[in-house]
Design a binder for this molecule. Sequence first.
Ligand code: ZN
Length: 390
Amino acid sequence: MAGKSHPAFKRARLETSKTNRVQRIHAHLFNHKELVCKALEQLESDWAGFCFVKILFCNADKSCSFDRAYCETRRNVQENDADKRRVIWIPDLFSVSTVQGFLDNYEGIGDQLLHKHLTAFEKLAKFLDTISDTNKVLHKQLRDESLEEGQWATIFATHVIRKLAVYSEMIVDSSSSGVTLDSSSSDLAECPCECKTVIKIGDNSMGHENVWHGSVSIVLGPRTASTPVSLDDYGFSEICNSAFDFRSGELEKSQNQYISESIIFAFAMRGRVVPLVAISKTCFKIYMYNRVNDLLYESTTMPLFVESVDGRELNQTSLIFLWMVINQSYFFKGVQTSHVEFNYKANLQDFLGEKRDIYQNHIQIGGLRHVGDRLVKFIAGMNKGKFLRF
Ligand SMILES: [Zn+2]
């Protein structure tokens, strides 16, 4: 006789529970349909996009920290040749239609959705339930002009990034956390906004002592860099990783650092296309390096906030896009054939010289705190062609 443990019975029960879950999460997200659809509509338009970046000259083969990384670049959109000035719109890289499809007709699309996709939808719905409280916390903190960049990074990570992430494992770099560590624990601290949320503090340094290295403010997702794992090169892994770096002032001014960080992060993640999110107090942008095809994507600058009668509020379109970036394993479509064929390469290999092996096999995450620069007399912008050896 077939008991309750019969495989067919078990399967039917699992299917029913999945259908219930799909219905429940759909109903939850549907409460925010207007906001989400408006944001998706903007993301489908020319609201923001990506371009390709070519390196003209850089010091990737020198031992230096991200702060001293030098990268003279050109964007394809700056080329004189009109054929080269193409923009990649967000739906070419991220599955905006998956979200729209789930909202429109979950019965048709529900079965194809992975368990993790549903968790991502659920995270977004939960976040939107309390978005006005989050806006109040962020607005209050931003009114404090003495708020340091490190504190802002930790507050934004605690109240936005981690809440939107399917994999909420997050480490805030101790050098940028802006918090005092608990004396009884070397890796736990509280969010500086006094909400008492416990956050994990750690060492987000990455790179190699003989090439580019340094720390990023926040790394989200499991640490896989020290153990080589089998991951495909197109980002469809079950593992979600992204890095966030916070800086004051305009993001454009720190472009050199962000490019070096995104390249090192891609090598640290064994070649997967992983986003590096550059954030200031007002805006953000994304860098992604695809090592296999040597393509460096850079997004336009997107606003974090809009002014409203209640003060500053998170820009809803930016928020939905950030949610897709944070959960990129489910929404990133991978490098498109047309992008490879377009062939606007970063040309990184041209600048690695004998350090190529370090990039391919020895880039690490963590353990580089003590490492200083061995870069001597380097004046950015004044060096043309290859360096002379010291
Ligand atoms: Zn807080």
